[in-house]
Design a protein around this ligand. Structure first.
Ligand SMILES: NC(=O)c1ccc[n+]([C@@H]2O[C@H](COP(=O)([O-])OP(=O)(O)OC[C@H]3O[C@@H](n4cnc5c(N)ncnc54)[C@H](OP(=O)(O)O)[C@@H]3O)[C@@H](O)[C@H]2O)c1
Length: 366
């Protein structure tokens, strides 16, 4: 059964959102859908760029036909949330706004055109356009929601999709990682890096080398299935790559740091290997001479999950479904290093800025 489901997962056949059955409410809710009668809900609002978020009581807006009101239980705190509140994101935002785009919770109300979920369904939402996840309620269009089994914890639901779906597109769709492939992941204990390590080693059975900032983080990366994990040190990493690949170099480098260190990726990758540009944790976007690609016939692959939403929505919907299926089957599990409540967003941001987080950080809304 599990093998059959995996076979379906990895075929990546496009599946329209309307084909999903309407999920009925279940007892996990403890009736929150029924008990929320207040006319306002609390949200953490950014009023001025660079300032702390403030808690505000918000009035409910009416739903449009394709919209769903979600009672948010957990929201992922992501590196791009910090860029947004500092006005350094690659899209212009206007204050005031409520940050947060990765939520898990329950459906409180559906617009008249919604067909795939009902009041009480448990859902994961990714709402990079509308944001609004740091709040007790959020309005999200049906196209940006996925129903999940009631057995999925709300914290895992809010920690799963953005990083794992990004990593899955990079590793599977673009780099064709398979059993026996060798993959080096930078920032391997971060949200995106640890998802890449988990997928490459647990699902694809690749040999993964993770690099990260401390020995404690390296231990976590090993626990997630990496063949080897070590701290940043150019010489040591080169030696490890030689040892693990018999001197050939790795098939794939998955980089989420950018900056000066990015240039080292070309010394670790093998002939005809692939370097995936997945993020810029260093906040420095590196320039490269295209001549660097020639000696090893390297493929350079850029990747942005949010752009898949527009450019290839079928793949976007499917990859998220696949990640949810893999989690429900127990193949992958996001690591959560810290939880904060709605009054503690400043602490959550600092925890991440100071590189104390591993895997994901979560905001609890209930
Ligand atoms: N392409 C996409 O669609 C997509 C999706 C999600 C995220 N991203 C991007 O990917 C990057 C990483 O995201 P994430 O969720 O993994 O973030 P994260 O959880 O905050 O982890 C980032 C890690 O990068 C490491 N790092 C290395 N050099 C750093 C530096 N100079 N400054 C700060 N951190 C540094 C740190 O770990 P060590 O201390 O171990 O070095 C840090 O914990 C971000 O730029 C994010 O926007 C892209």
């Amino acid at each position: 059964m599990a093998a059959l489901k995996m076979q379906r997962l990895l075929v990546w056949g496009a599946k329209a959102v309307s084909s999903a059955p309407c999920q009925q409410p279940s007892s996990w809710l403890c009736g929150r859908a029924n008990i929320r009668k207040a006319s306002t809900y609390r949200a953490a609002v950014l009023r001025e760029f660079g300032q702390d978020l403030q808690i505000k009581d918000m009035k409910r807006n009416k739903l449009k036909g394709n919209e769903v009101r979600v009672g948010v239980h957990s929201c992922g705190v992501n590196a791009s949330d910090i860029l947004m509140i500092e006005n350094k994101y690659d899209r212009t935002l206007t204050v005031p706004f409520v940050p947060g785009f990765e939520v898990c919770g329950e459906v409180l109300e559906v617009g008249r055109d919604v067909t795939t979920m009902a009041v009480g369904s448990k859902v994961i939402g990714i709402n990079k356009e509308g944001l609004g996840g740091y709040a007790e309620e959020s309005i999200i269009s049906e196209q940006n929601l996925w129903t999940v089994d009631h057995g999925v914890s709300v914290d895992h639901g809010a920690a799963l999709v953005d990083t794992y779906a990004t990593a899955l597109i990079g590793l599977h769709r673009r780099a064709r990682v398979h059993e026996g492939s060798t993959v080096l992941v930078t920032a391997a204990a971060g949200g995106l890096g640890l998802a890449a390590v988990d997928l490459a080693s647990s699902v694809y059975k690749a040999k993964v080398i993770g690099v990260c900032g401390t020995e404690d983080k390296a231990e976590l990366v090993r626990q997630k299935g990496a063949w080897a994990a070590l701290k940043y040190n150019k010489k040591h990493i080169e030696a490890k790559v030689k040892e693990v690949t018999d001197g050939r170099g790795v098939d794939v480098v998955f980089d989420a740091i950018g900056g000066d260190a990015f240039h080292d990726c070309f010394s670790w990758v093998c002939h005809e290997g692939t370097v995936i540009v997945a993020g810029f944790a260093s906040r420095v976007i590196p320039n490269i001479e295209t001549g660097q690609l020639l000696p090893k016939a390297v493929s350079l692959v850029g990747l942005s999950l949010s752009h898949y939403q527009q450019a290839n929505n079928a793949v976007y919907r499917q990859v998220v479904e696949d990640v949810i299926d893999m989690h429900e089957m127990g193949l992958i599990k996001p690591h959560i290093s810290a939880r904060f409540n709605i009054e503690e967003t400043a602490e959550a941001f600092n925890f991440m800025r100071e590189r104390k987080s591993t895997g994901k950080v979560i905001l609890d809304l209930i």
